[in-house]
Each structure stands twice: as structure tokens, then as C-alpha cells.
Design a binder for this molecule. Structure first.
Ligand SMILES: [Zn+2]
Length: 103
């Protein structure tokens, strides 16, 4: 399901390893993937889903980078293959792809 998230939803990895920050994302550019942000254009991402009631927020570490890239929740299927579900931000991104192809 994790790999499906990449191929179907264009989702980024939400994981990272302290010892392997790959510097993949330039921090002055907003990544195109819907589930990570450098906060350059957070409005275009899940800012509208941060309400203080759910755990959706900004958690540093994602896209295989320790610093400067943020993910929406502590744990999502895009972070951990043992996690049973996608986070709300990934769910919305997947739904948008489905709507794009069916409406
Ligand atoms: Zn996610």
C-alpha cells in the first residue's frame, strides 16, 4: 500500500533516518508532493486541515530528510509500513486523484 501511495497518489515518503539525511529537497522550494512541505507554500498543502482537534499539524522530518521538511502526522502508512492507514492528508490526496479520474 505504501508503494501504491507513491505511484497512484504521488505521495512522498514521510520517513527519514537520523543517519541518512539525503538533502533531496531544496528547502527554498515547496515540494510538489501533497504530503510533505518545506513551509514555503504551506497554504497549498494541508494548512486548512490543521484545527487543533486532530493530530494533523507540522512534524519535522520527512522525504528522507531530518530537518526542514515537515510531514502532517506523527505516523502514516507513508512513514511506516506497519501502520494500518494513510493519514488524513494522504487520504485526501488519494481521493482527489480518484475524483480527478471519475468526475
Ligand atoms: Zn500521510
Amino acid at each position: 500500500m505504501h508503494e501504491f501511495g507513491h505511484s497512484f497518489g504521488g505521495l512522498a515518503d514521510e520517513y527519514f533516518y537520523e543517519s541518512e539525511d539525503n538533502g533531496f529537497y531544496p528547502l527554498d522550494v515547496e515540494p510538489w508532493e501533497p504530503n510533505i512541505t518545506t513551509k514555503v507554500d504551506f497554504k497549498s498543502k494541508w494548512e486548512d486541515m490543521v484545527d487543533g482537534k486532530s493530530e494533523v499539524g507540522l512534524y519535522e522530518g520527512g522525504g528522507c530528510m531530518v530537518k526542514g521538511v515537515y510531514r502532517p502526522v506523527p505516523t502514516c502508512r507513508m512513514r511506516d509500513n506497519d501502520h494500518p492507514v494513510f493519514c488524513p492528508v494522504c487520504e485526501r490526496a488519494l481521493s482527489r486523484v480518484i475524483e480527478f479520474y471519475t468526475r
